[in-house]
Design a protein around this ligand. Structure first.
Ligand code: HXC
Length: 514
């Protein structure tokens, strides 16, 4: 017995040392934690239970039979975050670059299957060079097994991904199938294949940072949601975002008690809008004061900043916020902002998180670049996502709601449950200037002073449509509310919708314009 125990302790020690002291130290010198330290920091102290610590690969190619590491480069198991069950895997880049073997994939699939049957979130801490090149088809098959599970779990349990090192191939496609991706600046990368292969195939010289650094993916490609300066911060970010999400699609998100009264008047809201409708302002100055204090968590702040997406709490309940941002491109909808918001709306709908939409939108971005990029198809995604969503949908029109963008931004006609407008709201087919030019351009040309004529017509259009009252008369907005009472009215509406029921016709799935 003692001999067996010693053998076990020896194997455990080998597993704990990953790819060896030298590699561990080298990565530490780069400011990186090891795979187990990341798990320990992520989970509640002492809660981690590990599986398959002694599992090894079966590959014989390229001398791999002599390169065995107990655990095979991935740490898997379960534990808790704020007392809630989660399943986790953490890739160890010191073992063969964190590359994925058949065995490595089996370990991940095991915790994915457990997360599905326990109805608990899955968190992947990724640090891997992708499919283990020595294994070939077995590692590819392993990835495909993981992808299939990512898709099967999608919308069933939350799946979160942290990117901690250079991740390539399958190590980025699996995170891409998850709900939220977070990266560490200057120490983590995502690309299909690294700079060496890029150089060999296309002769292009490019650094890892330029190819797939955190700033690229959070501001240009939109692949990742958030970038942090350190591993400790990203781990905090993962813990925090989980607090807005339910354990699974059959549960409600956790409710958090807080001291912030739902009846709090927000007096500063009366001062946010600038004197002219053409002047920008920061929509976050409307959104954040309405929410419970300290509860705002923005997602993708640097990607398509003309639309805001994020989580917050209202009266303790988790809510998803979508808001036009007049401070960027006047808050116009374009291809990227429509995709960003559509994906967020679907995530909230999948996980029973009510949607609050703050509208100030001058329309869709016109022009060749957007049309050629497919703004029709991308804009349709957002329309589709809002129309399809059955969670409580509350909308506040703050200022402009023009044209198709009015329809898209959770309007009453897409089954918005409660639609409010501030007295400053303007709901029309387009801005007064454009409308006057189209309707009266020819007439104006025949006058002595076309500009003056158009100005008068513009004013007429403005007087007729630049208000929320026509919409209120039709019942397209349920009430015109005072800015300072916004938090109170939103909280009440949300409470009223707590037990909302909504049926959808039976079908396999819709055909979203991807
Ligand atoms: C086996 C690998 C590996 C891999 C890295 N290593 N990637 N071993 N399979 N995929 C090993 C290296 O041999 C090295 O071992 C150690 O990990 C560290 O690698 P370095 O290159 O020295 O590290 P670094 O300079 O930090 O570069 C990291 C990297 C680069 C950018 C990830 O290693 C790289 O480009 N790897 C290949 C990426 C790739 O093309 N993977 C296949 C993707 S295809 P030693 O023993 O020297 O320490 C795929 C298919 C899935 O994943 C399907 C998708 C749909």
């Amino acid at each position: 017995m003692d001999k067996k125990i010693n053998e076990l302790l020896q194997l455990r020690q080998e597993a704990l040392s990953g790819g060896g002291f030298k590699r561990m130290s080298a990565r530490r010198a780069q400011g990186r934690m090891n795979a187990r330290e990341r798990v320990d920091m992520l989970l509640d102290a002492g809660s981690f239970e590990e599986f398959d610590m002694l599992k090894t690969h079966r590959c014989q190619n390229f001398g791999m039979d002599t390169r065995q590491y107990p655990g095979d480069g991935v740490v898997t198991g379960f534990g808790t975050i704020d007392g809630r069950l989660v399943f986790v895997f953490s890739q160890d880049a010191t073992v063969l670059g964190g590359s994925l073997s058949e065995t490595f994939a089996e370990k991940i699939c095991k915790v994915m299957d457990m997360a599905a049957s326990a109805g608990a979130p899955l968190i992947g801490l990724n640090d891997s060079g992708g499919a283990r090149i020595q294994e070939g088809i077995e590692s590819l098959a392993g990835y495909a097994e993981i992808f299939e599970r990512n898709v099967r779990l999608s919308g069933v349990v939350p799946q979160l991904s942290g990117i901690f090192g250079p991740c390539a191939g399958g190590a980025v496609y699996s995170p891409a199938l998850t709900d939220i991706i977070m990266m560490v600046r200057h120490n983590s990368y995502m690309f299909l294949t690294g700079p060496k292969v890029v150089k060999a195939v296309t002769y292009e010289d490019i650094t890892t940072e330029e190819l797939g650094g955190a700033d690229v993916h959070t501001s240009i490609s939109g692949v990742a949601h958030l970038a942090y300066d350190s591993e400790a911060e990203i781990i905090n970010g993962l813990r925090r975002v989980l607090s807005y999400l339910p354990q699974n699609n059959l549960e409600s998100p956790p409710w958090q008690n807080n001291e912030d009264s739902t009846e709090r008047e927000v007096l500063e809201l009366g001062q946010v809008l600038p004197p002219s409708v053409n002047q920008p302002y920061d929509m976050l100055k409307v959104v954040i004061p309405c929410m419970d204090k300290q509860s705002w968590m923005e997602l993708q702040p640097d990607y398509a900043p003309n639309i805001i997406t994020g989580f917050a709490r209202l009266g303790g309940a988790s809510v998803g916020i979508v808001a036009n941002q007049p401070q960027h491109l006047a808050g116009v909808l374009d291809s990227d902002s429509a995709c960003k918001a559509a994906r967020f709306v679907r995530m909230c709908d999948a996980f029973n998180i009510p949607l609050l939409t703050f509208v100030d939108v001058p329309g869709f971005m016109p022009g060749r670049q957007q049309e050629h990029q497919g703004v029709i198809r991308h804009g349709a995604k957002l329309l589709y996502a809002y129309a399809e969503a059955t969670v409580p949908k509350i909308t506040l029109i703050v200022r402009k709601a023009y044209g198709g963008a009015y329809c898209v931004m959770s309007s009453k006609h897409l089954r918005g449950d409660v639609n409010y407008a501030w007295p400053s709201a303007e709901i029309a087919v387009m801005g007064a200037k454009g409308a006057a030019e189209i309707l009266y351009g020819r007439e104006a040309a025949a006058t002595d002073d076309p500009q003056e004529f158009l100005k008068i017509k513009e004013q007429e259009y403005q007087d007729q449509f630049a208000n929320p009252f026509v919409a209120a008369q039709r019942g397209y907005v349920d009430d015109v509310i005072l800015p300072e009472r916004t938090r109170f009215r939103l909280c009440r509406a949300l409470g009223m919708l707590g037990d909302k029921r909504s049926e959808r016709p039976t079908r396999k799935h819709g055909n979203m314009p991807l």
